[in-house]
Design a protein around this ligand. Sequence first.
Ligand SMILES: [Ca+2]
Ligand SMILES: [Ca+2]
Length: 496
Amino acid sequence: MITYPKRSLITSCLLFSGLNGPVIADETSKAQPAYPGGFSRPPSEGKDYNTWRDAAGPDIGVTKVDPARLPSRVDNSTRPQFPPIYKQKWGACGQFAAVASIFTYEMNVLNGTIADTDATRFPAHFSWNMMNRAENKGSEAYHGWEVAKRIGVPSAKSYGGVRLNKIGVWPNGYEIWREAMEYRVSGYRYSPANTIDQLNEARGWLFDRNQSKSKKKALGGLFALDGRMGELKKVTVTIPKGEHEAGKDIWTKWGPSGYGHGITCVGYDDKVGYDLNGDGKVTNDLDINDDGKVTLADWERGAYIVANSWGEKWSKDGRVYLLYSAMIDPTWKRGNYLGRCEVARHLPRKTLKLKLACNDRTDLRMTIGIAGDKDATDPEHEFAPEAFNGWPLFGGGNAGHVPVAGPEDNTPLEVGIDLTSLLKELGPNKDGKGKLFIKLSRADGSDATGELHECAVRTYDAKGKFLRESQIEIKEGAFGKSLLKLDAVISDLVSG
Ligand SMILES: [Ca+2]
Ligand SMILES: [Ca+2]
């Protein structure tokens, strides 16, 4: 399922092949969110899972779109908030698009910073190593966005780069996990781009997120795209001399075969075009596909700007145009949709710092509970952190049946877990005291074993400043054969 482009032997990716059902492209369909398949959100969450629920911005279709005000060209990849064009390693394209490119850009826009060093760039491999089974497997954009929602993403600086040199490594160091907690995704959405109304909403998102009324000029957003990359030569043309953007490459369609490849849509150019039917003209008002009507599918002019993670020399500058009409492709359903995300900052108030070893991190089971009474014998609220329970959210995707630090590495790992939302479940607490419960075990039928070496609760003020650490005593840290249960009285459950 991994494809190798001829020119460069860089790993592309892929997951499941596209569903081949016809795409319903009623040319009057309005801009709207959609869940076209298992590539647009985790199937384990069910069909009622609203991926935009916690986002602050308006949903697709809510904001009025005014195409008359849109410029003819937008290229957000030239903004300083956008990172360099990357050369991906292994099948991590989904995370190069979703996190290393889109999340990085969005977080810099949010923070008022620029992506000029690793301190303000985010890695592709942190989220990838949460779902790739510690092997060279492909990922969806949503894997990265869900990791950013659930645990966050550390900066490339503390992570050790945008990419690592070994597959499946988890970072060792509480401060890396603590930093990750700050940088989050609040929501993400897919939408079709098959009609002119949907195209205009997408152009508006790329220009200023359709926020023409906001006082501050909004910087445009980006989209995740899933291209089909087989036999690209058949669909790649070069803009002839004398034409707008002469010499640049255009994909006139998705590749006729092959698997999906995560890429980033960074802008658009309404003037870029190509004479697809060879009638000597570049038109948007002729029925060139002979279906008796003129729709977006007939357009020869107008293209998205796509940034690829095959290096800055690929296709001259690492970018390629993709005709608007190319996305209307009934044979490649994934390629008909655009994915966007909204990011947010989050300052944890209370965290758990753990140092633990386990010879199978996917079979590790951990629950953390809380009770508002210091004498309680059972938790009132409990949660099972995804990363330390085999990522049930991702179904078959998980972090691999390898030690917690990574393949063939039995080093105990120091990690952090955000307890803030668990503590919020308790509500106001009369004496500020409560009890924390930690359970460590293994999946049913597994023979995984592990050991908890250190456990502490860390407290921060509302501005994120570290206040104190309270160690929890571990009498016997081994778990696996037997369940490890720890509990501790917490004396400052409500701290401002
Ligand atoms: Ca033509
Ligand atoms: Ca037509």
